[in-house]
Structure formats: C-alpha cells, structure tokens
Write a protein that binds this ligand. Sequence first.
Ligand SMILES: [Zn+2]
Length: 231
Amino acid sequence: MKKHIAETFMAVLLILCFWVLARQAAEVSADLNEPKSTGKVIVVDAGHGGDDPGMIGIGSLEEKGINLEIARRLKKSLEKAGYSVVMTRETDAGLYDEDSHSKKSQDMQRRIALINETEPLLTVSIHQNSYQDPSVKGPQVFYYEHSVQGEKLAKALQESLNTELSVERPRSAKANTTYYLLKRSEGVLVIAECGFLTNGEEAELLQQEAYQQKVADALTKGIINYLAMPD
Ligand SMILES: [Zn+2]
C-alpha cells in the first residue's frame, strides 16, 4: 500500500514538473516570436527647427514652421485613432546644443537616437519641398530603397495624399538611398514631403489650418491602411 502511494506521488510530481517546464518553454518561444514593437507608438518627426529653417519658399516662407504645424495635427489625429505618438520636437527648437560645433549633425543624430530608442511601429518625417520651376507642386513620399516595409508605407501614404488632397497630377512614392534618416533608422521610416513652398498655390494652402488638417488626416488614413495590410 505504502509503495502505491509513493508511486502515485512520484507520478503527480513528474506531471507537475512537465507542466511547469512546458509553460516556461511556451513563454520563452512567445518572447522570441514577438515583433520588436508591441506597443502602438508612432514617431512623428517635424523636420528642421531652430537655426535650421529648411527650405525657403515664396515670400520667405520657412519650411520648419509648416512642418511643425502639420506634425502637431498629425499627432492629434493619430491619438484620436488610438495610437501613442512621440514627437521629435514640439517647439521651434532644433535637437542640438547651442554651443555645438555642428548643430545640423547633432540634430540629426539625436533624432535618430530618439527614434531607435522608441522602437515605434513606424516613423513619419514631415517635410516640404522646393524647386526652381514654380509650376511644380504636389506631395511626394520617400522611402529607403532597401526597405520593403518602408516602400509599403510610402505607397500607402502617397495614395492617401493623392486622393484626399485631390492631386491633379499624382506622383508615385520614390526610393532613396542617401537621406540620413532613411539610412539610419532601424525601423520603418518614410519622409513625407507634403507640398512645394516654391509653388504659389501650394505655399498658400500649406499655411491654411484647414489644409494642414487635411494633410494630417490624409497621412493618418494612409498609416491606418498600411498597418491593416498583411505582412
Ligand atoms: Zn526638409
């Protein structure tokens, strides 16, 4: 009888051990299979700022201010859609120290450090374009040539901007291999050039709150479409 009890006890103990080990193994493999980003954080990067005005358009219009206005609206719009947003800047200031010998490179390095530390779902960098020919206009989204996900996101944003802003001559998203942010971001990052500050009509529109909101909403729509796509 005693032997029986001991055997039963050992069997239960063994089953318990197996159960504990199996659970631990399942947890470990779940960790390994998890994508790098599990949260719903999106980084919105307002290009330039502080000493760096970015492109100068018609009537000395500076890119940095338009970028920040659209970025702020994009943040709100994404938060409404349920995402958390990290901004690289929320004021006119750049990300450099005043006594830095190379403000521009310090600014860029800090943007990249912030983006890579945040490990977001994706990053959208907001910029405005310029060109010698003032008739050139329309939004254009850039992605890193070697990034499959970047290309998918850029195409989704480009399509949404073309549709929502009723662009007459729609452009396609464009590959790039030289932009610092595109090269150095560890995650998915695209650069959205929302319009041309050298085109009178677009420069005027980009300063209007209603149009800035339209651009932000179009970007949000594109982001949602991209995130709903299968891998
Ligand atoms: Zn720019």
